[in-house]
Structures are given as C-alpha cells and as structure tokens.
Ligand binder design. Structure first.
Ligand code: XLS
Ligand code: NI
Ligand code: NI
Length: 444
C-alpha cells in the first residue's frame, strides 16, 4: 500500500514537500539519490529490503539536551504549556514527517506519544487516548507500526532497574506499564514489541543478587509474552542488547549474551533480537558480526540502524552514514534471507547543533540513500564477483571423504587422531583477507 501525505490542522514543515527520487546527479539535499522505493533489486522492491521506521523519541522528542546543557531545538509541536495538546500536535507533526519522507513504519515508547500523568492510572489513560488518535492517523496515511515499547528507564523509580529492581513495587509498576504498551501495540497492529533493557543491569555486584535479578527478568518476560499471546499479539517479542550505559553492566550485553539468556530461560521461541549498530560497537563487535550471529542462532529479529563515533565510547546514535558498514550489512542481509517481519528503525538523532527543522529530514534521507547505495553495491558483489566462491573454497576440504564425515559428526576423537598420524603435514593456505577487501573496494 502506498503512503498518503498526512497534514493535520497545521502544517509543521510547510517548506518541505514529499521527498522524491531524483537520481545520483541531483544536488538537491531534500531528494533521494539512490533510494528509489519501488525499484527492484535482488527480486524485491527496495523498500522491502529496508522497511524503514522513524524513531519517535529522537525525531519528534529529542531536542538535544545533554549532561552539560538543555535542549537546543525548538520544535513547533512542543510549544504550549499543555502536555496533552503538545502530544496531539506532535502526532500530527510525526505523520506529516513520515509521509513526506515516505517511510512506511515508525516505532515509539509509551512516553514518547503520551505524557506521563500524575499517577500510573492517569498515564495509562493518556496512552490509550493517544493510541486511538494514532490509529486514525495510521489508517488514513497507510503508515504502520514496526514496534512499540515501554520506557522503563526515565522515571526515577526505575533507578535500580525495572523488571530486575530489588523492590517488588517497582517490578509491578513496570508490569503495568508493559501491559498497557502491549495493549497499544496490539491495537496499532505492530509487527513487533521491543524490550530494551534500559536499566536492567547493575553498577556494583557488591549490592546485587545477579541470579535473582535475572530469574525475575525471565519471569517478567514470560508473563509479558503470555499476556500478549492471550490477547492476540502474533508478532515477535524482541530484546535489544546493549553492553553499557546507563548501567555499568547491562544484562543484555550482546547477541551472544541474549541468546544464552533466552535459551537458558526457555524464551527463545517467542523472543528474537533487535540489533543496534552503536550498541554492537560498544560491545566491541561490528554490526555485521552481530547480525550474522543472530541469523546463525536463528534469533534475528530487527535492526536499529544508527552508527556510533569511532573516536568515543558512548551511544552517539548518529544517522548511519558509513558506506563501508552499509555495504557489509546489506551483504549479510542478502546472504541470510533479509528482514522478514523486522525493519530498520533509524534510532538516530541529529547533532545538538543541528537546529534547523530540515536537518531531521536530511539525516534520514542521507541514511536511506547510504543503505540503498549499500544494497546496490552488495548485490553487485554477490552476483558479479567471485566473493562467494572464494569464501566457499576455503571450506572445500569438508566437502568429501573424511572432512565430510567430520562435518556430519561421524568421526570420534581417536579416529581423527589416526587420520592425522597417517596424513602429510598440512600446507599453509592463505586466508586472502587483502584480496577479499580489494573485491569490496572494486565495487564501491
Ligand atoms: C537506547 C536504545 C533505545 C531502544 C528503545 O540506547 O537504543 O532507543 O531502541 O528503547
Ligand atoms: Ni535502540
Ligand atoms: Ni542506542
């Protein structure tokens, strides 16, 4: 279904019209040079390779505050003293933004779309009424929800964790919030529901019973999953790993840690992984490594497609602009079967000193273009070069005879030892890394 431009009572981006594909020669920053949504690449339209989703919290709520100073951006939808009015204006601005940009999906936290009330009950009612409005907006525009989630980290009561808090009252409060965020996701027909472990972690093991906290987290997730399934949620539950920030040690460190947790607590049927580039690099991995690991474990869910800054060690949540990363990510996705029900949530913000309203368009457009260019290049590499063959040949000794028997688990250690004693010394075979790199470079 194609998207219809949605303008509310007031137009928030009057100078910006719908963003069009103008081709690589265009000098217009408010146009696509590579992203041509319906163009077929590797047997499907570009838009289906990406399923781009705007992150409500950064794009509509992030005014650039940091530990050293307040926000710098004045958003015209956040300008009254009435939080409910602002939330409604923000929703209009959001759908105007999504539909002018031409992205088919969005993602939100409960607190991004509805203000927190005086108490829990009021917060839940606020969310419910904003969800009704969001539903109308989705229906008239054709934009869909990639995932919903609950913000279990901003409210000070979560300072010791939410599902892993040592205080039962806090755990119950978090459960109420998750219940209403799952209700919202069901009502808005979200494809997925995300748990990013905001403050699920610790800063000192001295005051932390890690076993108890992890047991509680698993019980909490089981109960959330049961509630979702009983109430008709057919999508995927996703865990988003991050190694540090805000806690010194986050429980969902990386893909490997999350897979171990899900298997250990028997959650791996319903829960998959939402992988974020900047979180991967904080964990000392490349994004491609994390994506490949998730596919290999059968745990791939969705992507937060931002990037970090290689020169500092925190979550800078920049719009992806590194072509080399984009190519590698798209190679892994093309080789592994693509996104399925996942998507690419930008989870990125413009810099604090990028204060023009058009900057949020330019950030998204450039990221979409980099990924589109990455897709075209990755597809050329896989189709035209001998990259895949070179990779396969490295393992060819497992294709026949004893190598093949080993690969299918048919040789025991003594048999392997006997084979080794009767064979010639293995010759040195080059790994050819520079050649692999030169192939990528030739296609860039
Ligand atoms: C923060 C996380 C957050 C999640 C959603 O670092 O990336 O934005 O994606 O809660
Ligand atoms: Ni994220
Ligand atoms: Ni992040």
């Amino acid at each position: 279904m194609s998207i219809k431009i949605s303008i509310g009572k007031k137009e928030y981006f009057p100078k910006i019209k719908s963003i069009k594909y103008e081709g690589p020669k265009s000098k217009n920053p408010l146009s696509f040079k590579y992203y041509d949504s319906e163009k077929i690449i590797a047997e499907k339209p570009m838009k289906d390779h990406f399923r781009f989703a705007t992150a409500y919290w950064h794009t509509l709520c992030g005014t650039g505050g940091d530990p050293f100073g307040p926000g710098t951006k004045v958003f015209p939808w956040d300008c009254t003293d009435n939080p409910t009015k602002n939330a409604k204006n923000r929703l209009d601005a959001a759908f105007e933004f999504f539909t002018k940009l031409g992205t088919n999906f969005y993602c939100f936290h409960d607190r991004d779309i509805a203000p927190e009330g005086k108490n829990l009950r009021e917060s839940i009612i606020n969310l419910e009424s904003m969800v009704d409005l969001a539903k109308e907006k989705q229906e008239e525009s054709g934009v869909r929800l990639l995932w919903g989630t609950a913000n279990l980290f901003s409210n000070p009561i979560y300072m010791n964790g939410a599902a892993t808090s040592p205080d039962f009252k806090v755990v119950a409060h978090a459960a109420a919030q998750v219940k209403s965020a799952i209700d919202a996701t069901i009502k808005l027909k979200g494809d997925n529901y995300v748990f990013w472990g905001g403050r699920e972690g610790y800063s000192s093991l001295l005051n932390t019973n890690m076993k108890k906290e992890l047991d509680h987290l698993a019980i909490f997730l089981h109960k959330a999953k049961d509630y979702g399934r009983e109430n008709g949620f057919k999508g995927t539950f996703l865990i988003e790993p991050k190694p540090m920030e805000p806690s010194k040690h986050q429980y969902d460190f990386d893909v490997a840690a999350v897979v171990a947790f899900l298997k250990h607590y028997d959650l791996d049927e319903d829960f998959k992984i939402n992988i974020e580039n900047n979180h991967a690099t904080l964990a000392g991995h490349t994004f491609a490594h994390e994506i490949q690991s998730a596919f290999d474990y059968g745990a791939f869910g969705s992507l937060d497609i931002n990037q970090g800054d290689p020169h500092n060690g925190w979550d800078t949540d920049e719009f992806l602009h590194n072509i080399y990363d984009a190519v590698h990510i798209m190679m892994v996705l093309l080789e592994s079967g693509g996104l399925q029900n996942g998507g690419m949530n930008f989870d990125a913000k413009t810099r604090r000193n990028s204060t023009d309203l058009e900057d949020i368009f330019i950030g998204h457009i450039n990221s979409m273009d980099i990924l589109a260019k990455g897709l075209i290049i990755a597809n050329n590499i896989l189709k035209d070069s001998n990259y895949l063959d070179m990779k396969r040949v490295r393992y060819s000794s497992f294709n026949q005879n004893e190598g093949r028997q080993f690969s299918s688990g048919k040789l025991n250690l003594s048999q392997l030892s006997r084979i080794a004693l009767n064979q010639s010394i293995p010759e040195l075979k080059s790994g050819k890394q520079e050649l692999f790199e030169s192939i990528i470079n030739k296609y860039l």
